[in-house]
Design a binder for this molecule. Structure first.
Ligand SMILES: [Zn+2]
Length: 415
């Protein structure tokens, strides 16, 4: 059958004639129907073209945070989010949301990664923070990120000024920044307290300049008279530079090791030249004998009385303050029975004058007579000094009568 024959058969068919008649008599209905069909077609076309689909709104803490194709997407997102949150049990702390069926377009469906971001950033359960760990254990978590400043301040707190320092915590201290559960966050002051109780070991290289005091040497010369006392070389302090390694724990010294010691200046010994040539008492003074038969043991004008006999302290002699080296003369003739050093009297001499009378001369710098030597009144026997139990250059003079120390002042004309 050819096409033309088929067409003629179709036109002459009974159903076609009926349909044609129906269309002719119900034009409005048919127009409406065709409009409906056209609309339906348009809807189908747009569903296919735009990608309208069913999905689920994710409601978390009363807030829609994402739209997902199915609940499995959220489960994936939960795993991704847990990996990006620093809190250890983050996965268990992500709430189970409510899923509400919704119509949406494919483009508006969120990926697992996007939902993970939304869990972290839009739920309010997690915040950016820094955690402090001591020996692997998290002890504090703060939103302020100035833990490093606090840690550095603590670590360097025990530096020794002017030294080369290195310091470290004795515990393993770490910080980690990231997202943490809001409930983990503590106040910065709490973290500060923990940081300030950390133990710090400090090793410092300390350089110290140490003064080495000069020593004094006395040089005696018989080319100068007794009483001559001259600094012939000025003393000068030395200086030593010492480098030490000092280890401290929280500022308390644990060890100190000398690394080096260098002499910057060598001290210069002070030299004092002292005359020892005996001095003769002037004839006038020699002639100035008291009624007791004594002369004053130090020339007039060369001394002042600094303490009399008794003196409220049971003083058993008289003190004549004089310059170092001033000559001491025998108050009367006699035999030297003692000449030596004692811790109390220092360099001292005792002369026996006979008839139970003795004189003692103490705290001398030098002695010019020896035991057994016979001395005449006015002979130089010693020089003033500050030896033994003495606090300044002076002669302590005693007169002993029958082993009793009496007031010497009347004997030498000083009362
Ligand atoms: Zn005295």
């Amino acid at each position: 059958m050819d096409i033309e024959a088929l067409f003629k058969k179709l036109l002459s068919a009974d159903w076609f004639v009926k349909a044609f008649k129906f269309i002719k008599s119900n034009r409005i209905f048919v127009r409406a129907l065709s409009l409906c069909l056209t609309g339906l077609l348009a809807v189908v076309i747009s569903i296919v073209a735009v990608g309208i689909t069913l999905g689920f709104d994710v409601e978390y803490s009363g807030k829609i945070i994402a739209t997902v194709q199915n609940t499995a997407v959220f489960e994936n997102a939960k795993s991704i989010a847990a990996k990006n949150i620093s809190t250890e049990d983050a996965y268990d702390n992500i709430q189970t949301p409510r899923f509400a069926l919704t119509v949406t377009v494919v483009d508006k469906l969120d990926s697992a990664a996007a939902v993970a971001d939304a869990i972290i950033e839009n739920t309010g359960d997690f915040v950016r923070a820094t955690a402090l760990s001591i020996n692997g254990e998290q002890v504090a978590c703060v939103t302020e990120n100035d833990l490093s400043l606090l840690l550095e301040a603590r670590r360097t707190a025990f530096y020794i000024k002017g030294a080369q320092n290195a310091a470290s915590f004795t515990d393993k201290v770490e910080t980690k920044s990231g997202y943490f559960l809001k409930s983990e966050i503590c106040d910065i002051s709490e973290a500060e307290k923990l940081i300030n109780s950390l133990s710090v070991k400090t090793v410092s290289s300390v350089t110290t300049d140490v003064t080495v005091p000069y020593t004094t040497k006395e040089v005696k010369t018989n080319t100068q008279p007794c009483g001559y006392n001259e600094v012939t070389t000025a003393g000068k302090n030395g200086l030593t530079r010492k480098v030490e390694t000092v280890e401290t724990l929280n500022g308390s010294e644990k060890s100190r090791t000398k690394v080096s010691e260098q002499t910057i200046f060598t001290p210069v010994t002070k030299v004092v030249t002292i005359g020892t040539a005996p001095v003769k008492l002037s004839a006038a003074e020699k002639a100035n004998v008291t009624s007791a038969g004594f002369i004053c043991p130090i020339a007039k004008g060369k001394f002042v009385v600094t303490s009399y006999y008794g003196d409220g302290r049971n003083h058993k002699g008289i003190d004549l303050g004089a310059d170092y080296g001033v000559a001491i003369f025998a108050a009367a003739s006699g035999t030297v029975t003692y000449a030596g050093y004692r811790s109390d009297y220092g360099y001292s001499i005792v002369i026996d004058h006979g008839n139970g009378i003795q004189t003692k001369y103490a705290h001398a710098s030098i002695l010019c007579a020896g035991v057994g030597e016979k001395v005449s009144q006015g002979d130089m026997i010693a020089a003033v000094g500050n030896t033994g139990y003495s606090t300044g250059n002076h002669l302590h003079f005693e007169v002993i009568v029958n082993d009793v120390r009496v007031n010497p002042a009347p004997y030498i004309g000083l009362n």
